[in-house]
Design a protein around this ligand. Structure first.
Ligand code: TMP
Ligand code: MG
Length: 215
């Protein structure tokens, strides 16, 4: 068994619509934290490597896959639940997790379909590890239009993404652990903000218990 640090790591989530720069920023943030001597690890949801992840990948690629809106919603949630033990043990060993999408993607992308109500969408997320910090990378509709084209996956179109952006805004409205970052700035500008805020949070929470998410 490995020695665990007596300080826990932080749970940091990065959310935002497609092409807001989440993946680039998550990678750079992990590198910067490690360089500052804070152990850090990148996680991504959906985690397409697991059993549920393979079903999700088929669904997103529009493969012959008959999942309805409720079933895919619960699979995205299960895909987080199956990673809980791993997340907790890393955090409790002092590793800061930087997560590219989490429950808020799950809620926002499903709720905009208007098939299930917002409250229904939130329920399966209750009890997951609670992020200490959520960055919401925001870009305007105009800025979205200037970024390189969408791929061929489900949800990759402007009107859906615009509805998701609005849903993120309403999810974030009264939360003190959310920080909105204007992602229209340069990669380095945005990066510097994420690093500064993350380092503060890591120090703030290192001796506080990890909480559970409740909506
Ligand atoms: P990705 O592009 O970050 O790999 O995410 C794949 C798509 O899945 C993206 O359009 C957002 C969507 N999504 C959900 O609908 N529910 C979820 O819980 C998550 C994590 C992602
Ligand atoms: Mg994508």
């Amino acid at each position: 068994t490995t020695m665990c640090s007596n300080k826990r790591g932080a749970l940091i989530v990065v959310e935002g619509v497609d092409r807001s720069g989440k993946s680039t920023q998550c990678k750079k943030l992990v590198e910067a934290l490690e360089q500052a001597n804070f152990p850090a690890k990148l996680m991504t949801f959906p985690d397409r490597t697991t059993l549920t992840g393979k079903l999700i990948d088929d669904y997103l690629k529009n493969k012959d896959c008959k999942l309805n809106d409720q079933a895919i919603h619960l699979l995205f949630s299960a895909n987080r639940w199956e990673n809980v033990e791993k997340m907790k043990s890393l955090i409790n060993c002092g590793v800061t997790l930087v997560i590219d999408r989490y429950s808020y993607s799950g809620i926002a992308f499903s709720a905009v379909k208007k098939v299930m109500n917002l409250d229904w969408c939130k329920q399966p997320e209750n009890g997951l590890p609670k992020p200490d910090l959520v960055f919401l990378l925001t870009i305007s509709l105009e800025e979205m239009l200037t970024r390189p084209g969408f791929g061929n996956e489900r949800y990759e179109n402007m009107s859906f993404q615009n509805n998701v952006a609005n849903m993120y805004n309403s999810l974030c409205s009264d939360k003190d652990n959310w920080v909105k970052i204007n992602a229209a700035g340069s990669i380095e500008e945005v990066h510097k903000k994420l690093v500064d805020i993350s380092l503060n949070t890591i120090r703030e929470v290192e001796s506080l218990p990890l909480k559970s998410l409740y909506f």
